[in-house]
Design a protein around this ligand. Structure first.
Ligand SMILES: Cc1cc2nc3c(=O)[nH]c(=O)nc-3n(C[C@H](O)[C@H](O)[C@H](O)COP(=O)(O)OP(=O)(O)OC[C@H]3O[C@@H](n4cnc5c(N)ncnc54)[C@H](O)[C@@H]3O)c2cc1C
Length: 226
């Protein structure tokens, strides 16, 4: 699992005034799927992420939430964090994520106003950022926290393993690890994040590049030997 603290939650003036703790699961137990809906290659397949299908993922996110709440209530952080609230990546936070002049102009006056007016600041954080949810209420009732996690957890863009590599006699594998060839098909190799047998424990861009370097060597060797 990952947990990070960011001093600036977004690029715009408002985001620059709000710090965030966030946590995510890299090695999730839940598994999604990609399914063909047609034999026609022009028809896109369907993808189901199946987030939180495995209870252990839900438990881990709840634990992470509690840990973050504990952190903000430590003596050291209480002095620098004025008003901790639960937040999520959705609604207007997501809409304002796009770098546009409009979003800059929308957020600039609010950032000045909440800086100058403590009452407005709390109101904004409670209603605007937390959507009316209070940290204490979430921590006091496990069912409420679970509902909060279920409603607000989002993916973290590390989808992988939909054509995993492995031995041909395993019905869940697609790609031969030594040649990148698709089992049972001629003329097709796959080299990308989809061949990962399981999700790595860290972000997957570097592992994907590493995999491509390794696989290109193996493909050259395979071509030379044939
Ligand atoms: C918003 C976002 C943020 C991310 N942040 C991070 C991060 O901070 N750190 C990190 O480690 N990872 C991050 N990732 C994950 C990482 O970028 C991907 O896991 C990685 O790029 C996967 O590599 P890939 O080669 O499998 O697929 P991709 O990089 O998606 O490459 C697929 C390529 O195939 C091309 N393509 C698609 N269809 C066709 C077609 N029909 N014909 C020809 N070409 C086609 C696409 O244009 C694309 O260039 C992030 C991903 C996203 C979406």
């Amino acid at each position: 699992m990952f947990m990070v603290a960011v001093a600036k939650s977004a690029w715009h003036p408002l985001g620059r005034q709000i710090g965030t703790y966030l946590a995510w699961i890299n090695k999730a137990y839940s598994r999604g799927s990609v399914s063909l809906v047609s034999g026609d290659p022009r028809i896109a397949p369907t993808a189901s992420f199946n987030f939180l299908a495995d209870h252990r993922d839900l438990q881990r996110l709840k634990s992470a939430f509690r840990l973050m709440a504990q952190l903000v209530s430590t003596a050291a952080l209480r002095n620098v964090i004025e008003y901790p609230v639960p937040s999520s990546y959705g609604g207007f936070a997501k809409a304002l994520g796009r770098r546009t002049l409009r979003n800059f102009l929308l957020t600039a006056p609010v950032s000045v106003a909440i800086d100058a007016l403590p009452g407005l600041r709390r109101q904004f954080l409670h209603k605007g950022v937390a959507g009316g949810a209070a940290l204490e209420a979430l921590l006091a009732d496990d069912n409420v926290l679970e509902e909060h996690v279920r409603s607000n957890a989002v993916g973290q863009w590390h989808a992988c393993g939909t054509c995993r590599m492995g031995l041909a006699d395993d019905r869940y594998t697609v790609v031969d690890p030594s040649t990148a060839r698709v089992h049972g098909l001629d003329g097709l190799r796959i080299v990308d994040a989809s061949v990962m047998p399981t999700a790595p424990r860290a972000n997957i861009n570097l592992p994907t590049i590493m995999l491509a370097e390794r696989m290109s060597d193996l493909i050259i060797a395979d071509l030379r030997s044939n």
